[in-house]
Design a protein around this ligand. Structure first.
Ligand code: ATP
Length: 474
């Protein structure tokens, strides 16, 4: 993880937010390469989700009417159980504190104790349950070693701010903790304006904010992040069919962008929300272990019904054939753009032993991004900085740059320049050499195989159009 993080910073993928001031915990900035990667990822999702007959797009405001979050249950329930240690003043998520204690028991071979505690944790739901477990198991503060605990309290993860000049409780609004509610509250608008019939979906990409207690693992859990969510509205009774369909679609999407089955797994939720009929996580094998990257949920009519109740506006659908009225059921697919970017980055990262030009061996660091995700598609490299090669190379570069993100690099030995491009995942390098001046051909080097082929300059656009065109089955 540290190696990937330092590469990400050194090559301009991701920087700490406001780093010159010491940074802001849980927030990251995407640098020149990171922003390209992020945009490519979002573009691939947008294409896969909306270039189809049954899904419309949406871009809702981050700030919403506060009643939205009462209806959605976030004001009351979107909270983590927290406990403070009076001596160290450290604050912990109560469930995490217990889990880490269980891990320590296991590492000491106290399996029976660990199992018993795990079972208690699994059934805990109230602050008192967590508190009782911590006290009964005699769990110490990892920092101070004392057991000087406050009671467990819930801490809401929504950021608040105020609209208008007066800062009182009537002016409170929330930074949305998910994009989904923007879709639910617009269900009627989209349905009426696009004259849709069920089943159909609404897709949205946007920022979300959560005041996470433990920001962790780089982009994995941050306070500001981006989500790509889709709500698919179906007639009641059809939810299982569409749940299965969308789970398969979403799993295949990761495969279509280069992930392998070994790093993905589908994990059903242990505890279903009372309104849900099915819920699974798609998990990715990060360097620190398995972690959720996407959730696929069957949420019944819960969300629309709650919004109908809280807003007083009818959110029913009338079946055009039978005249039957009902509130649609919803299948939700919810993936973090920034968290899955990190998964794609980790998956792409490889170190290998590669031959050098002079017959030796060296370590080669390669980001094996799918070409559609790669931040830079093509690098243009004049073999030497003389004999008319730079002029030819510049002309080719300008031509390619009109269509694709390309880089021009003329500094250092050609092998070094290839390595620099490998390290940022550029799938193709075009080299202009002596032969180019004779017959107009250039070499195109492919990143993963390092194979080179000669292509006439005038065919380059056609060549790359075929290589870099969107994946039909993505
Ligand atoms: P977590 O794994 O953090 O407990 P969650 O179950 O709260 O996530 P959801 O509410 O289902 O996550 O959000 C859907 C998706 O949004 C997640 O799969 C993840 O990709 C992304 N996501 C959620 N919280 C964060 C965060 N704090 N930072 C980055 N991405 C996040």
């Amino acid at each position: 993880m540290d190696t990937i993080l330092s590469l990400a910073k050194r090559r301009g993928f991701v920087f700490q937010s406001s780093e010159i001031y010491g940074g802001l915990n849980g927030c990251w900035d995407f640098g020149p390469l990171g922003v390209e990667l992020l945009r490519n990822l979002k573009e691939q999702w947008w294409r896969a989700m909306t270039l189809r007959d049954d899904v419309e797009g949406l871009d809702a405001a981050i700030l919403m009417h506060p009643r939205t979050w009462e209806a959605s249950g976030h004001v009351e329930q979107f909270a983590d159980p927290m406990i403070d240690n009076r001596t160290s003043k450290a604050r912990y998520r109560a469930d995490t504190l217990i889990e880490e204690f269980i891990d320590r028991l296991r590492s000491k071979g106290k399996t029976a104790d660990a199992d018993a505690l795990s079972e208690k944790l699994r059934t805990a739901s109230s602050p008192d349950d967590y508190y009782r477990i911590i006290v009964e198991a005699n769990i110490p503060d990892p920092v101070s070693g004392t057991r000087d605990w406050t009671p467990v309290r819930y801490f809401n993860l929504m950021f608040t701010t105020h609209v208008g000049p007066i800062q009182d409780s009537s002016s409170i609004v929330y930074l949305r903790p998910e994009t989904a509610q923007g879709i639910f509250v617009n269900f009627r608008n989209v349905l009426d304006s696009s004259r849709r019939k069920l089943p159909f979906g609404i897709a949205q990409i946007g920022k979300a904010f959560r005041n996470e207690i433990n920001t962790k693992y780089f982009l994995y859990r941050t306070r500001e992040f981006e989500q790509m969510e889709m709500q698919y509205f179906v007639p009641p009774g059809k939810e299982q069919e569409y749940f299965d369909y969308w789970l398969e679609q979403r799993y295949k999407w990761f495969l279509s962008l280069g992930m392998s089955r070994e790093v993905l797994r589908i994990v059903p939720h242990e505890k279903l929300a009372h309104y849900a009929t099915a819920a699974v996580d798609i998990e990715f094998k990060f360097p620190f272990g398995w972690g959720e990257i996407e959730g696929v949920h069957s949420r019944t009519d819960y969300d629309l019904r709650r919004h109908q109740e809280y807003s007083g506006k009818r959110l029913e659908y009338t079946d055009p054939f039978t005249g039957e009225k009902y509130i649609p059921y919803v299948i939700e697919t919810s993936v973090g753009a920034t968290r899955s970017l990190m998964a794609f980055l980790c998956h792409a990262y490889t170190e290998e032993d590669a031959p050098t030009a002079d017959g030796g061996r060296e370590k080669r660091t390669v980001l094996r991004f799918h070409p559609l995700l790669a931040p830079v598609k093509i690098a243009v490299l004049p073999l030497v900085n003389k004999e008319g090669m730079p002029e030819r190379a510049r002309a080719i570069y300008r031509d390619l740059l009109r269509r694709w993100k390309a880089q021009y690099d003329d500094s250092g030995a050609i092998g070094r320049r290839y390595r620099r491009q490998d390290e940022i995942g550029t799938p193709y390098c075009v080299t202009i050499d002596g032969q180019t001046l004779d017959d107009g051909t250039v070499t195109v080097r492919e990143r993963d195989s390092m194979m080179q082929e000669r292509i006439p300059t005038e065919r380059l656009v056609e060549y790359f159009s075929a290589k870099l065109s969107p994946n039909e089955d993505a």
